[in-house]
Ligand binder design. Structure first.
Ligand code: NAP
Length: 229
């Protein structure tokens, strides 16, 4: 698809992969609506990318619906919605997990994607077209010791995404699942995993996601692994 003038919403765009996606999509001439909680960072990025910034916490459905409404009010339609917002907690065995943080992570990673997909679908169904991109992880593909909570949130989001494909495709709405491997982002500010220095630059991953979107028939499932993984 030609991304010029496409209306794209990105959740979790204040830093990391979301920010890198915003910068890459701005270069393609997309019209961007950026969501996250950190409004100052978003405003700064919005200036750079000629985007609209909306403070939106993805764990609050009404804020996600407002994000979609802002995009539609401003541009009249929604072409691409990227469910990118996410969080991670430092590695730890199941018995040592802080369950409050696991709940929070499921709220962001799973419910954030469900609310975002619902908000996008409500508009895309009216248009009979659109593309929803869910940022999963290679952690949705295999269980990893020390990462049960994060893995659970991503496996659950994959289960949701597989059902979403079946509901959305008959309506002309495409769903793309992205499975990135490790990236050097703020996800790991609290604690760096082993081999962090080998993790990918989020700009490189964003570019691969954008190249996929630009194809006439984008891959519905894209695994982006680091070379040394
Ligand atoms: N880094 C990796 O190795 C890796 C690998 C595979 C997949 N992923 C996935 O890639 C996505 C982006 O993560 P990242 O690595 O770029 O991490 P990051 O640098 O920490 O960025 C996370 C983004 O999510 C936003 N966010 C977090 N909680 C939110 C909430 N409740 N509401 C709205 N936005 C929220 C943050 O913005 P605010 O704090 O401003 O709200 C931030 O913009 C996530 O889904 C993550 O699981 C990352």
């Amino acid at each position: 698809m030609n991304l010029k003038d496409k209306v794209v919403v990105i959740t979790g765009a204040s830093r990391g992969l979301g920010k890198a996606l915003a910068l890459a999509l701005a270069k393609e001439g997309a019209k961007l609506v950026l969501g996250a909680r950190s409004k100052n960072e978003l405003d700064e990025l919005a200036k750079q990318t000629d985007a609209v910034a909306v403070a939106a916490d993805v764990t609050r459905e009404e804020e996600v619906l407002d994000l979609a409404e802002t995009a539609v009010n401003k541009f009249g339609r929604l072409d691409i919605w990227i469910n990118n917002a996410g969080m991670w907690i430092p590695h730890g065995l199941i018995v040592s997990l802080d369950m409050k943080r696991v709940h929070e992570m499921v709220e962001v990673n799973l419910f954030g994607t469900i609310y975002g997909s619902k908000a996008a679908l409500l508009q895309m169904q009216k248009q009979h077209k659109g593309t929803i991109v869910n940022i999963l992880s290679t952690s949705a593909l295999e269980g990893r010791a020390g990462s049960s909570g994060y893995g659970a949130s991503k496996f659950a989001t994959l289960g949701f995404t597989k059902a979403l494909v079946k509901e959305a495709e008959p309506e002309g709405i495409h769903v793309i699942a992205i499975y990135p491997g490790g990236m050097r982002t703020h996800l790991f500010d609290e604690s760096k995993p082993e081999n962090y220095q080998d993790y990918m630059d989020p700009a490189e991953v964003a570019q691969k996601i954008v190249e996929n979107l630009k194809q006439e028939e984008p891959e519905a499932e894209l695994i982006i692994k680091r070379k040394t993984a």
